[in-house]
Design a protein around this ligand. Sequence first.
Ligand SMILES: NC(=O)c1ccc[n+]([C@@H]2O[C@H](COP(=O)([O-])OP(=O)(O)OC[C@H]3O[C@@H](n4cnc5c(N)ncnc54)[C@H](OP(=O)(O)O)[C@@H]3O)[C@@H](O)[C@H]2O)c1
Length: 302
Amino acid sequence: MKILVTGKDGQLGFELQRTLAPLGSMHAVGHRELDLRNADAICELMRSVRPDIVVNAGAYTDVNKAESERDVANEVNGRAPGVLAEELKRYGGRLLVHFSTDYVFDGSSTRPYREDDPTNPINAYGASKLLGEQAIQEVGAAYLIFRTEWVYATRGRNFLLTILRLAREGTPLRVVDDQVVAPTWSRMIAEATAAVLAQFGSEGAPKGVYHITAAGQATWYQLAEAILTQCATQASTAAGREWCKQGLQRLSGISSAEFSTPARRPAYSLLCNDKLAQTFGICCPGWRDQLCLALCEHPLSV
Ligand SMILES: NC(=O)c1ccc[n+]([C@@H]2O[C@H](COP(=O)([O-])OP(=O)(O)OC[C@H]3O[C@@H](n4cnc5c(N)ncnc54)[C@H](OP(=O)(O)O)[C@@H]3O)[C@@H](O)[C@H]2O)c1
């Protein structure tokens, strides 16, 4: 089985290269090798590689910048997934796996969002990701869309690494404490994706939209506290442990209103993983356990 992974240098794309490798021959491309804004380049690559499965982890993920770069976000997140789906359908490829976001919802729910709850994005990034979901569904090729949220990794640009950097720099840590989500390690998503794909026989598996997130809930503030607490005891150097202890003392929770950003964010965006568990038998572990594992393999050179 031939697998094409896009966005190979991203948080998720990097992990997918590892977890999907045992399932077939891998062709992974990053932004440099394939610009998802370029529909012709997408078609050309698809025609030369002819993958059985395309796993699209490439995306425009700068939520704030998307407000002023809507066109770019829409091209990468809204149009490219449809081009991938169309090309796959044209030559009879088996499946497009795509990733989407909790930000397709407006955050007004009081219980974890299910896959068929009404969407209503409140920022440009969420709107572009919803366009991508719709583009795939309109094509009618076989697809799996995995919505996830608050992805972090031990590499790249993300909240976890930012908190450790700010702790090292001695910056006051004022962190939003009124947005409820499930922080999710990119590796967990990649492992769940591989577990789903491993279940595909020649007949294929159920297609559609599924939610994949860590279990439990947190705010940004609680996540920062958990990161610093663990590193305060486990950092590999005494200086690192001290920076994290001091970071904890400088950590305070603020409201979203006190932290103005170009993009509005949903106040509540927990996603319900039940459909994933019922369909594929995959249980998503708790976010604290995942964070603990992720930090254990981080060099912790804070
Ligand atoms: N990060 C989150 O918190 C989060 C939350 C919910 C859902 N998701 C979704 O999960 C998926 C994976 O996200 P991630 O966290 O792994 O994001 P990421 O770390 O930002 O990775 C995205 C990758 O896409 C690449 N990319 C950006 N523009 C591109 C273009 N025009 N052509 C080709 N590649 C391009 C980026 O390359 P450059 O860096 O070189 O631009 C980057 O390597 C995405 O679909 C995202 O929307 C993420």
